[in-house]
Design a protein around this ligand. Structure first.
Ligand code: AHM
Ligand code: MG
Length: 334
């Protein structure tokens, strides 16, 4: 595909590669693209239309929802429901599986999403994004249950995110590499700007919330201590650090110039399994990272190999440049 080709065109071309394809996937992706354009519009308008700030409600994870969390969730859910390519939906902002109304036309896909990741950043005008994962509904199941969503990340049909930063960029994988498309605001169309993204295998940049340092387990503590020791330490190089507190922004930076991102389990959050959610944060990002030549692990294991046991399950996340994540894997399995 040539730089500048529209996302719509790329999706139709891909559909042509699959003999007998029904076009359902293309339509679903088209709905996701539409939803992200609408969310991007809201994010960019911000307080011009009075949508910043807290909604004074809590999601199932006990986190206070922002007005934009709820708006984004409604936009994404309604767009996909009306699109008729899904059998059921699940979101960070909804306690349970979202079932389609009785008699509603439905398709063969499941979509799991975080409608607005990094939402603690909304009010301070820092980058946020939408993350999504597409799975196949089990054949013959009319109204999928939570159990039907319990598929490992290796079963994802596609994954992506849309980042609402200085530009709005959609990053996508269907298991054949990773491509990025920038929204051309003048014509309302995403255009291919980042073809075949590959993550540099080596890096000197890590991202972790250092305020949790005293709670870390030994392998993470060892790794960060060695990074901080710089040229004089065992790694023999000086490291740089970044922490946006918006996973979409961290992953996008890593896809662009390499790096390693860690939200490990620590003694403060051990009981809940980690901070980030497996199905709509860790798995889609892991698929993108692996497809771009990187690695995504919990510490000892590959994220995408985990068989989920509940929708809002949390896991430790370590991902990014292959050689650096390998060091962390070695420390966790030594
Ligand atoms: P959210 O989905 O409620 O926004 O939470 C997930 C976000 C990630 O984007 C980010 O990596 C992490 O939470 C930041 O956490 P912390 O505030 O503990 O640094
Ligand atoms: Mg999130």
């Amino acid at each position: 595909m040539q730089i500048g080709t529209s996302l719509t065109h790329c999706l139709i071309e891909r559909q042509r590669d699959h003999e007998g394809a029904s076009g359902e996937f293309t339509l679903l992706m088209n709905d996701i693209v539409t939803a992200c354009k609408v969310i991007s519009g809201y994010v960019k308008k911000g307080n011009l239309i009075g949508i910043l700030g807290s909604a004074e409600t809590e999601n199932i994870q006990g986190e206070t929802q922002k007005k934009l969390d709820i708006i984004s969730n409604d936009v994404f859910t309604e767009t996909l429901m009306n699109g008729t390519q899904v059998a059921a939906l699940a979101s960070e902002e909804m306690d349970e599986v979202y079932h389609l109304p009785k008699g509603a036309k439905r398709g063969k896909y499941l979509c799991v999403y975080d409608p607005l990741d990094g939402s603690s950043n909304i009010d301070v005008n820092v980058t946020v994004g939408t993350i999504f994962s597409i799975l196949r509904a089990p054949a013959g199941v009319e109204d999928p249950s939570e159990e039907d969503f319990m598929l490992p990340g290796t079963e994802q049909v596609a994954a992506g995110y849309c980042i609402y930063g200085p530009s709005t960029i959609m990053v996508l994988t269907t298991g054949h590499g990773v491509n990025g498309f920038t929204l051309d605001m003048d014509i309302g169309e995403f255009k291919l700007t980042h073809p075949n993204i590959m993550i540099p295998e080596d890096t000197k940049e890590f991202a972790i919330n250092m305020s949790n340092q005293r709670f870390w387990d030994a392998p993470v503590k060892r790794y960060i201590d060695e990074c901080l020791a710089g040229k004089e330490g065992p790694r023999g190089k000086d490291f740089n650090m970044r922490w946006v507190a918006s996973m979409v922004a961290e992953v996008h930076r890593i896809l662009t110039r390499g790096g390693v991102f860690l939200y490990p389990v620590d003694s403060k959050i051990r009981a809940q399994g980690g901070k980030l959610r497996l199905m709509y944060e860790a798995n889609p990002m892991a698929m993108i990272i692996e497809q771009a030549g990187g690695m995504a692990i919990t510490g000892p294991e590959r994220i995408m190999a985990i068989k989920p046991h509940k929708l809002h399950q949390r896991v430790p996340v370590i991902l990014g440049s292959k050689n650096e994540v390998q060091v962390l894997h070695d420390y966790h399995t030594a």
